[in-house]
Design a protein around this ligand. Structure first.
Ligand code: CP3
Length: 659
């Protein structure tokens, strides 16, 4: 026996070679659990697929949606066990319309000469399928088949139904769950508890089945959280791809793709990769009820509570004053460059989608438990140095009596835009403890559950950005009504800005009281103004907001398109000035002198390969040099389709940089 894996808990999901793999891992000193996760199903037993084919042949299916290549391929192979290939192709080509999500199902169609009716454009998610079908108005009353391999996409099916389609999910699979689920459930519990150090996947379908069982047990969030602390090893590229699709990112991949190579990889790098993963998760506390664990044994029936203790000593309730972010705000030197990302909790992340699949955006903002979960899971998933409370800058507008709605394609829309003195006067004053209490409660809950060393950022929109949303009613390119009001009715403008400042100052003060450690003021739209206009119409109001804080917590003052405004923004106030990518960091540092800075990677850089991401991040880090008082961030919010693994590559790189 060797001891490369000594004291490491290793789970694996291999079925056929379960026993030899178990022996091998134990031979390396591991506490091993090989939990078979699949059983081969003869294709001919997929009776639903055949029944669906009969409907297709009868001409009663209007659309067939192919989400993945594997679903498309398995569907055709299944039918081939019963029907002649020409008949299958003829039916698919002539009796229905085929809609594909991306390049892989497209390739399957091309290979089989099946014409494609419509293809979802980049980034090839199910949302783009909805968009193209909506444009055609092709869903109302239509019978739509959706081929599904393993996991059902409930949110997509619901959205189709909501648009008037009769949805027929068609499950196809070659690998079902094993008859005995006990070992697999035990592996899931171990991972959820953060007790597994390594997880070995020896085929792609194991990942699908593992996730399916976790979803069925209501444990998806826990399993994902557990994987923040478990290094994943994949047997090869196909397996890695499926893991990536599920946003369970493998730490390493065997090459060549053989079981022996995988075990050897685990022996060689497993310990280091597991430690790296645990370090990144920063030791958040998790309390979960679980069946008896693998080790120790002997416990009685029923669950017991497991507490993972933090790896770093707590710094006292919310007193994260010495954390790298707080130090940067105070211009104190740091050992590593702190980083967080605007909009770090959002649609690009499976953890967020999971919750958003069940509730609307406003509902999510107004539910303190869910807002807390989303806030914290972003920090855990990414390993960033700060949390930002999950909420939205526009919520205070609703509290002021303006109808607010978030639409799938358009974004936020304000029911009655405010464009004259009369409607400005009608805006209500706001007691944040009443109409924004849900935000305050989410802050309290997050502060209580968040790892103590991680500061929590509270926020609001700046008066100008809030005023322009109120006046425009939605996103804008030219800000015509805003600028007309500002210039033609300066006293109405002043009244509006003053009213907003009062509401926002009360709200920010309440956020501090609830436990926010620092604050950010988002002036996302201010870049449309000249310096003169800014100085006259905006600066005094933002200044009054910032100076209205009753307690001296650090304030990040952020804007975009602010190349000509930075000095004026500094004058308005804030301990940290947020800079977007259009200004070189070196220039910003020179112009702003002794002020902490935050920024300024172009969010679109994250769509490039990790090498490019590191190259671009390095330029910023070099430009900042040894100057204390720097927080790495994007120049603006993270975009909805950003690859999560790219985001993590950025964070790892910044953390590896000596400040
Ligand atoms: O950073 C975080 O993780 C915290 C949450 C946060 C959100 N919005 C969540 C959100 C923060 C800090 C904001 C601020 C915000 N909201 C700003 C300022 C920052 C910026 O990006 O300029 C602005 C202008 C808004 C207004 C807003 N809210 C828009 C324009 C949109 C639609 C566009 C989009 O990104 O989808 C929103 C909706 C919104 N706010 C979402 C999220 C996660 C997406 C809603 C969804 O789930 O569909």
């Amino acid at each position: 026996m060797t001891d490369e894996l000594k004291n490491l808990t290793v789970v694996a999901f291999e079925s056929r070679m379960a026993l030899p793999l178990q022996r091998k891992l134990e031979g390396l000193g591991a506490v091993a659990l090989v939990a078979p996760s699949m059983k081969e199903v003869p294709l001919a037993e997929n009776s639903k697929a055949c029944a669906f084919f009969e409907e297709l042949e009868a001409g009663t299916i209007d659309l067939v949606i192919l989400l993945t290549g594997i679903a498309a391929r398995t569907f055709i192979s299944t039918l081939e066990t019963k029907y002649a290939k020409e008949r299958i192709i003829r039916v698919l080509a002539t009796k229905t319309k085929i809609v594909v999500r991306g390049p892989k199902p497209t390739a399957v169609c091309k290979m089989n000469n099946i014409p494609i009716f419509a293809t979802a454009p980049e980034p090839n998610t199910w949302r783009e399928i909805l968009t193209i079908l909506e444009e055609d108005n092709s869903l109302q009353g239509k019978r739509v088949g959706v081929l599904e391999y393993g996991i059902s996409n409930v949110q997509f099916l619901e959205e189709l139904t909501a648009r008037g389609a009769v949805v027929l999910p068609v499950p196809v699979y070659q690998w079902a769950l094993p008859d005995d689920l006990i070992p697999l459930n035990r592996a899931i519990d171990l991972i959820c508890a953060g007790e597994a150090d390594l997880a070995l996947f020896t085929s792609a379908n194991q990942a699908t089945n593992l996730m399916k069982v976790a979803i069925d047990r209501g444990l998806e969030a826990r399993l994902r959280g557990g994987f923040y602390r478990t290094a994943i090893l994949s047997i090869g590229p196909v397996c890695s791809e499926r893991l990536n699709d599920l946003q369970l990112f493998p730490s390493a991949e065997a090459s060549p793709n053989k079981l022996d190579t995988l075990v050897e990889l685990a022996a060689r790098k497993g310990r280091m990769l597991a430690e790296k993963k645990k370090k990144r998760a920063k030791g958040f506390e998790v309390r979960i009820k679980f069946p008896p664990p693998l080790r120790g044994g002997g416990e009685g029936e029923g669950g017991h509570e497991i507490t993972l203790s933090p790896t770093l000593p707590p710094q006292g309730g919310g007193g994260s004053n010495d954390s790298p972010i707080m130090r940067a705000c105070q211009l104190k030197p740091n050992k590593t460059v702190p980083i967080w990302l605007m909009r770090q909790a959002g649609r690009y992340m499976a953890e967020y989608q999971m919750i958003r699949g069940k509730v609307g955006f406003l509902e999510l903002c107004k539910n303190p438990d869910l807002a807390t979960e989303v806030t914290i899971s972003a920090v855990e998933r990414l390993g960033v140095d700060a949390a930002i409370i999950f909420s939205d800058i526009l919520l205070p507008l609703e509290a002021m009596g303006v109808p607010l709605e978030y639409r799938e394609k358009e974004g936020p829309v304000i029911g009655r835009p405010v464009r004259d003195l009369e409607s400005i006067k009608n805006l209500s004053q706001v007691d944040p403890h009443e109409s924004l209490e849900f935000v305050l409660e989410a802050i309290r809950k997050t502060r209580k559950n968040l790892y103590p060393r991680i500061p929590l950022i509270g926020f609001c929109g700046a008066p100008f950005t809030m005023a322009s949303y109120l006046i425009e009613g939605k996103g804008s390119r030219n800000y015509i009504p805003t600028k007309i009001l500002m210039r033609e009715h300066p006293s109405a403008w002043k009244t509006l800005m003053q009213k907003l400042v009062t509401v926002l100052a009360d709200f920010l003060n309440a956020q501090i009281e609830a436990g926010a450690d620092l604050l950010q003021i988002f002036d996302s739209w201010v870049g449309c103004l000249s310096p003169e206009d800014y100085a006259q119409y905006v600066l005094p109001h933002t200044k009054r907001l910032i100076s209205g804080m009753k307690k001296n917590v650090p304030i990040i003052h952020f804007g975009t398109g602010t190349a000509t405004l930075l000095e004026l923004q500094k004058k308005a106030g804030g301990h940290v000035i947020g800079v977007d990518w259009r200004v070189p960091m070196k220039d910003a540092a020179k112009r702003l002198g002794k002020t902490a800075l935050m920024g300024n990677l172009d969010p679109v850089v994250l769509f490039s390969k990790p090498d490019v991401i590191r190259r671009e991040a390095k330029k910023i880090l070099k430009a900042v040099g040894k100057k204390p008082g720097f927080i790495f961030n994007l120049g603006h919010g993270i975009l909805p389709e950003t690859p999560v693994d790219h985001v993590m590559a950025l964070i790892d790189f910044v953390h590896s940089w000596p400040a």
